[in-house]
Design a protein around this ligand. Structure first.
Ligand code: A3P
Ligand code: MG
Ligand code: MG
Length: 392
């Protein structure tokens, strides 16, 4: 037998990487005037067609028309063409649009930023301080001076599958609708409120035909903007619902986007808890629209059973003030200052190549960041890497 007195073989330095933690609380650190924000400017756009295939054009653009009050948002449910990502789409469509824009407009179209991500990821970060149930999982990679952030798609897909497998509740209100219906009527509302041609040049008969079409969420139009939080610049991509006026030719003129939302109508005699529930929802509406520079949000109020009862349009920039004077359940400045601090903190921890996880576990109040492997994890597409390497 081998002698046990042999000195231990020296182990290589641990490859296990360190976990960095950013605590969201206490929030008083983020109070006061907000960090300066650059108004988002569109730098690129793309559409998905009716098969959810990428197109570098404006074919997915829609215009707002007032939907008919009294419409049943459940109508047509059986024919719903519901698109859900089955494979990890990473940042591919957005990066493709950036490449296509550079190919079309030349070198001057290239925009550099500290961060590139989907608007949805920034919405999760921005709203985390005022959502006690906030949780997220993201992956990030560092490439050529920029941090690219995507959703942890495998975990999200597993969660969705688990939710779908839950048995329906045994006891429920007669108006209670299945989860899939709650998803459907948001899209039905959009179908009633959006048409692909400017309303002024569309015949009433045509408008009716559009409103009657089969509800599908395959087609989309996405806007990619350049914005900044304090010293941190970002490129954000996200779906935009519709236009209130044709898109201006001048890129410095704000685009009259409108975000459409449905929400349960408030009871005639409102209790504090009804208002609180609605104002909490406004946090998500505000964050989502604010990030892409969407100036208006039109809410379709529906009954419990899904009948459209009324419409109200909010100015995105007025929502924080409205809530401050109302239930005061969230503070937009705190959200912005938190996000600014957090982005600066991320910049100092994601400075070399590799794949990093960014995780906020429900109710933990602490975001954890660590390097999990080498490479780029497919976060930056091959097409994008090839294009950038060719140019440099
Ligand atoms: P509502 O927001 O009116 O419920 P968006 O508002 O972001 O444009 O999304 C349009 C619709 O997609 C939503 O309408 C909802 O029906 C559906 N939807 C969006 N995100 C969802 C989610 N996380 N879970 C279920 N449905 C969702
Ligand atoms: Mg939308
Ligand atoms: Mg919407």
């Amino acid at each position: 037998a081998k002698s046990t007195t042999e000195p231990p073989v020296p182990q290589p330095a641990s490859v296990e990487s360190q976990t960095h933690r950013f605590s969201i609380q206490p929030l008083h650190r983020f109070k006061g005037a907000s960090a300066s924000i650059k108004r988002p400017r569109e730098v690129a756009h793309f559409s998905f067609d009716d098969k959810h295939e990428y197109l570098h054009d404006e074919s997915g653009l829609n215009y707002y028309i007032p939907p008919p009050i009294g419409a049943d948002l459940k109508e047509g449910f059986d024919a719903f063409r519901h698109y859900e990502d089955k494979e990890d789409a990473h940042l591919d469509a957005m990066l493709k649009a950036l490449v296509d824009t550079e190919k079309r407009n030349g070198e001057s179209a290239r925009v550099r930023a500290d961060f590139v991500t989907w608007r949805g990821m920034m919405t999760k970060i921005l709203t985390a301080p005022f959502d006690n149930f906030a949780e997220f999982g993201m992956f990030a990679t560092f490439y050529d001076g920029t941090i690219y952030i995507e959703e942890d798609f495998p975990s999200r897909a597993a969660e969705r599958a688990a939710e779908a497998n839950q048995p329906p509740p045994k006891y429920h209100h007669p108006d209670q609708q299945p989860r899939e219906m709650m998803t459907y009527w948001g899209y039905k509302f959009e179908t009633l409120a959006l048409i692909p041609t400017p309303p002024a040049s569309t015949a009433p008969k045509e408008i009716e035909n559009y409103q009657r079409s089969v509800v599908s969420n395959h087609a989309q139009h996405c806007s990619i903007v350049n914005t900044s939080f304090g010293p941190h610049s970002l490129i954000l991509g996200g779906e935009v619902d519709g236009l209130l006026a044709p898109k201006p030719k001048d890129p410095d003129t704000p685009v009259q986007w409108v975000e459409l939302k449905t929400s349960e109508e408030l009871p005639a005699r409102q209790q504090h808890r009804d208002i609180l529930k609605f104002e909490r929802k406004l946090l998500k509406f505000w964050a989502q629209s604010f990030l892409l520079g969407v100036p208006k949000i039109t809410v379709g109020f529906r009954s419990k059973a899904g009948i459209l009862r009324g419409l109200q349009t909010f100015n995105t920039h007025e929502l924080p003030g409205m809530v401050r004077r109302g239930t005061n359940c969230w503070d937009g400045n705190v959200c912005i200052n938190f996000a600014t601090e957090f982005l600066g903190w991320l910049k100092e921890r994601i400075m070399e190549e590799g794949v990093y996880s960014i995780v906020l576990q429900k109710k933990s109040g602490v975001v954890e960041v660590k390097k999990i492997k080498e490479g780029t994890g497919g976060i930056v597409s091959e097409e994008f890497l090839a294009w950038r390497q060719k140019k440099d």
